[in-house]
Ligand binder design. Structure first.
Ligand code: ACO
Length: 367
C-alpha cells in the first residue's frame, strides 16, 4: 500500500468553520448486533493476543452482524429508537441522511432503503460518505438544512457493517472494527441552544492511508479484484494515529472558539472511538479530563460512522450527558477527514432529549 510521508513539521490543514446554527439534536438512538466477537476468539483467527489488543487499542470485544443483516437493517433499529425517544413518528421526518461507507449496495442509497423500511414517505433521502467523520459531516449538513428553514425535522443515521469489508487475515486491521448504528433527530433550536459551531476539514493527499480500493469505478468488481483482496479495508494505522490526534485537537479548539466557549465550560467530550490511546492523546493535547470523556470502545471497537451516535447514547445512559449540557463531538476518518462540533445537548424549541424510547436495540435475524 502506498503511504503518505509525515514530515517533522507537517502542514497544518485548515478546515471550514460554521458558527451559530439554530438547529439541534432532540434525541439519539442506537442499535448493535447481538453477536459478540471477543479478543480471545481473534487469538484463534490471527497471530494476536488479548493483551496486545487491550493495551494498544482498549478494545475487548466488538459486535458482528449476522449474514443477511445489512446497514439498512441496523439503521432501522437505531432510527426507531431515536424516534421513540423523541416521541415522533416516521411520517414526521422530512429529511433522512445516512452516513456510511458500507451501505447495502452502491445504488440506491441506504437512506432510501431505510425510508421504505420505517415508513417515512415525506422524507428526502441521501447517503453521505466521509469515512468515520461521516456522522459529523451529515449532522452538520442536516443542521444547515433545518436551520435554513426548508426542513423542520431531519434524521441523521450513522451505520456501518465493517465486518463485511474487513480482511480477517490481517491482524493490523481485523482487531479494530465492529458493526453498529446510531441515529439522531434534528429540529429547529432557539438561539444559544442546539448546534453552536462546526469545524470540518479534509486532506485528500492522505487518501492512501485508509481505503477500500475495489468495487468502485476504478477497480470494478471482478474475479481478479476479489482474488487480490481489493474489497477489504487497507490501512496505515501508525500514520493515521498522528494525524488523527493533531487534526481533531485543532478542530476542537477552532469549534470552541467559534462557539464563544471555553474548554472549562464543556460537560462532555464525545470523540470517535477508534483507539483508546488516540482518545487519551486528544484529551492530553487539548487539556480535557478523561472523566468527562465518553468511552465505549471496549465494548464496540471502531464502528466508523456509528461510533459517535453510539457513544452519545452511552453517555446519556451513564448520566454523563443531560439536557442543557455543553457537548463537543470530535472525529476523524478516511479521506482523510476530520471535524468537531459544539452543541447544547437536547435543547431545541422546548423539546428535550430522552423520552419514550426503549434504549439501545439489539439486532438479531431479519427485520
Ligand atoms: N496483534 C499483535 N501484534 C500486532 C497486531 C495485532 N493485532 N497488529 C500489529 N501488530 C504488531 C505490528 O506488526 C508491529 O510489530 P513489529 O514491531 O514487529 O513490526 C507492532 O505490533 C507495532 O505495530 P504498530 O502498527 O506500530 O502498532 P501501533 O501501536 O501503532 O498500533 C494501531 C496499531 C492500533 C492500528 C494504531 O496505529 C491505531 O489505532 N492507529 C489509528 C488507526 C485508526 O484510527 N484507523 C481508523 C481511522 S478511520 C476509521 O475509523 C475507519
Amino acid at each position: 500500500m502506498a503511504t503518505r510521508k509525515v514530515t517533522a513539521a507537517p502542514p497544518v490543514m485548515d478546515g471550514v468553520s460554521t458558527p451559530g446554527m439554530p438547529a439541534g439534536v432532540v434525541a439519539a438512538g442506537a442499535a448493535v448486533p447481538d453477536d459478540i466477537l471477543t479478543n480471545a476468539e481473534l487469538e484463534r483467527m490471527v497471530e494476536t493476543s488479548d493483551e496486545w489488543i487491550v493495551k494498544r487499542t482498549g478494545i475487548r470485544e466488538r459486535r458482528i452482524a449476522p449474514e443477511g443483516i445489512a446497514a439498512s437493517h441496523l439503521g432501522v433499529r437505531a432510527a426507531r429508537d431515536a424516534l421513540g425517544k423523541a416521541g415522533m413518528k416516521p411520517v414526521d421526518l422530512e429529511l433522512i441522511i445516512v452516513a456510511t461507507v458500507t451501505g447495502d449496495m452502491p445504488a440506491p442509497s441506504t437512506a432510501c432503503l431505510l425510508q421504505e423500511k420505517i415508513g417515512a414517505p415525506h422524507a428526502a433521502c441521501f447517503d453521505l460518505s466521509a469515512g468515520c467523520t461521516g456522522f459529523l459531516y451529515a449532522l452538520s449538513v442536516a443542521g444547515h438544512m433545518v436551520a435554513y428553514g426548508n426542513f423542520s425535522c431531519a434524521m441523521v443515521v450513522g451505520v456501518e457493517v465493517l465486518s463485511r469489508v474487513t480482511d480477517w487475515s490481517d491482524r493490523g486491521t481485523c482487531v479494530l472494527f465492529g458493526d453498529g448504528a446510531g441515529a439522531v433527530i434534528v429540529k429547529p433550536a432557539s438561539p444559544g441552544s442546539g448546534i453552536l459551531s462546526v469545524h470540518l476539514g479534509s486532506d485528500g493527499g492522505a487518501a492512501d492511508l485508509l481505503k477500500i480500493p475495489g468495487g468502485g469505478s476504478l477497480h470494478p468488481a471482478s474475479a481478479r479484484t476479489v482474488e487480490d483482496g481489493l474489497h477489504t479495508l487497507k490501512m496505515n494505522g501508525r500514520e493515521i494515529f498522528t494525524l488523527a490526534v493533531r487534526n481533531m485537537a485543532e478542530s476542537v479548539t477552532r469549534a470552541l472558539k467559534d462557539a464563544g466557549c471555553t474548554l472549562d465550560e464543556v460537560d462532555c467530550l464525545i470523540p470517535h472511538q477508534a483507539n483508546l490511546r488516540i482518545i487519551k492523546s486528544l484529551c492530553g493535547r487539548v487539556g480535557f479530563p478523561m472523566e468527562k470523556t465518553a468511552v465505549n470502545i471496549g465494548e464496540y471497537g471502531n464502528t466508523s460512522s456509528a461510533s459517535i451516535p453510539l457513544a452519545l447514547v452511552d453517555a446519556e445512559e451513564r448520566g454523563m450527558l443531560a439536557a442543557g449540557d455543553l457537548a463537543v463531538l470530535a472525529s476523524f476518518g478516511a479521506g482523510l477527514t476530520w471535524g468537531a462540533m459544539v452543541l447544547r445537548w437536547g435543547e431545541t424549541d422546548g423539546c428535550t432529549s430522552g423520552g419514550t424510547g426503549d434504549g439501545e436495540s439489539a439486532i438479531g435475524e431479519g427485520d
